[in-house]
Every structure is written in C-alpha cells, then in structure tokens.
Design a binder for this molecule. Sequence first.
Ligand SMILES: Nc1ncnc2c1ncn2[C@@H]1O[C@H](COP(=O)(O)OP(=O)(O)OP(=O)(O)O)[C@@H](O)[C@H]1O
Length: 313
Amino acid sequence: MINAINLTKQYGAKTAVNGVTFSVKPGMVTGFLGPNGAGKSTTMRMIVGLDKPTAGTVTVNGKRYRDLSAPLQEVGVLLDAKAVHTGRSAFNHLRALAATHGIPVRRVHEVIELTGLGAVAHKRVGGFSLGMGQRLGIAAALLGDPQTLILDEPVNGLDPEGVRWVRQLTRSLAAQGRTVLLSSHLMSEMAQTADHIIVLGKGRLIADAPVQDFIAGSSHETVRVSSPRASELAQALLNAAGPGSRARIDPVGVNQLQISGYTAAGVGDAAAELGIPLHELTPIRASLEEAYMELTENDVEYRTGGTLEETKR
Ligand SMILES: Nc1ncnc2c1ncn2[C@@H]1O[C@H](COP(=O)(O)OP(=O)(O)OP(=O)(O)O)[C@@H](O)[C@H]1O
C-alpha cells in the first residue's frame, strides 16, 4: 500500500506536485496518468526517496522509503531504464545489484528468465535496444521479489509482444496481492491493464477512481437504437430534453440513431411510454482515452502546434 498525504514538491517557483493525497492499494494495478509535466515522475521519485517532498508525506507499507530496512525487497522501481552502467552485461548488472542487497544469484537467473533476457544476458548493456533496456529495468525492479512495484512507462520502446508481456506480468503480480503503480501514455493499453486510475493535471489530483467508473462518468457515453419509428422517437427525445440540453441525436443507418445525453434506460423508458417498438438498444461506452481527454483538456501544459505554450486556465 502506498499512501500520499498532501504531497507537494516545488522546484523554485515551479510547483510540480501540489497537495496530492491518494492511496495505491494492493491486489490491483493502479494506472498513473496525466499529460506531460503533470507531476507523475516527480511523485514516483518522492515515493522512492529520490526527491524530498517540500510538504506532505508519502509512505510505502506505512514507512517512508528511506526508513525501509530492505528497500529492494519491499519496493521494485523502474524509473529511468537508461540509468544502467553500459559497460556491464545484463547478468553482471543484476548480480552486482543482488550482491549489495543480500539477494542470492539464483534470483538473478530467475528474473533473467522471467523478463526474456536469457539470450542477451551476457551481452554488454550498452548495445541493448530500448526494449531490451526496459526488460532489464523491469528485471531489476523484480529482483527483490517486492510486494510493491512502481513502474514509470514500462512499455516505452517495447514491441507489441513486449507490451502484452508487461500487461500479463503486471496483472499477475497484482493477482498475487501485490501493489502495482504503473504510468503510461498508451491509453488503450492502460484500459486493458489497470483496475484503478489516478490522474494528475498540472500537479493536482484530478481523478482517483476505478477505471469502469471513470469511463462511465464521461459524457462521451452514447446509446445506439434501432426502431421502425426512429424519427418519431428522435423527435420525442429532443422535445423531452428541451432547449439547452446536451442531448444529441444523429441518424446513423436505416432506422438507426446514435444518441448522446441520454442513458440506455432513459431511451428505453421514453420509447415504452410512447409505445414505440425498439429493435436495438445498445449503450456504447466511451473509451478510456475519450474520458481521459475530456478530463484533462484544461490541464495540458504543453500543446502541440509549433510552439510550447502555457495553457491559460
Ligand atoms: N529537477 C527539476 N527541476 C525543475 N523542474 C522540474 C524538475 N523535475 C521536474 N520539473 C518540472 O516539474 C513538472 C512535473 O514534471 P514531471 O516529470 O514530474 O511530470 P510527468 O507527469 O512525469 O511528465 P511526463 O509525462 O512528461 O514524464 C514539469 O513542469 C517539470 O518541468
């Protein structure tokens, strides 16, 4: 369990993390999301004692990271996969790390197998591809068989097979009851991996919810309906919604409508009241990406479009 209370980090005049309170619970994968510069890496660095909070606290299993007696065995961390001595082989890198933490060499062989590095374990890390470097970073995070894992962009640079492997690995670690905090900018991947998400925007906490609830709260939720009296139903729904409502009805096929601003139950009830038969009534959920884009549209610090531009709120 990771607990952050009023966690704050200032770099000079810049408030990178601003009074953030959240818990990351065991037994599930928690996705950590936010636009570039939102404060995710700074938060992760504070969790593992690489940055000192300006205010507030963060603990892992009730203790600050620096007070953990065997940190590698309690918290596995992947923050910067490139931060490896490039002259060493993967095996020697992991063996040195294991030796300084009282971890047997048997475990080095285990994590090499687990991360698919067997064929390149004795090659110099300097020649590794980005994906191999990521696997090595994940191997190092797993070395102490920790109860808590913090992985910053673990799928960065991985091929589709590698992305899938990280998904299966993190899901199985969570299923074993471990605490897994994972950041990624790949929303489709996050939707398949995370049970719960925490979203930062400009250093503040802007969402902390189960993925399903987060998506359900999006206004991108629509309903598809088919009826031989579709145009009559559309008119009735628009009249009932009244002017200024966010109900929107688009014809999409023969006798078929795409409706937003109404739930499926609302459409079904309205049709029943009017005695209009329905041949289809399908709620179409928003994607995590749509819900995320909607939530963060005012919190994007850097927008594309030629120049880097501070967004005015
Ligand atoms: N050492 C530092 N000195 C000054 N400012 C910093 C420092 N580290 C981070 N920042 C600033 O703090 C803010 C948060 O950065 P952080 O790297 O935590 O964001 P992030 O959410 O991880 O972004 P990304 O998705 O791009 O990795 C940014 O505006 C960044 O420029």
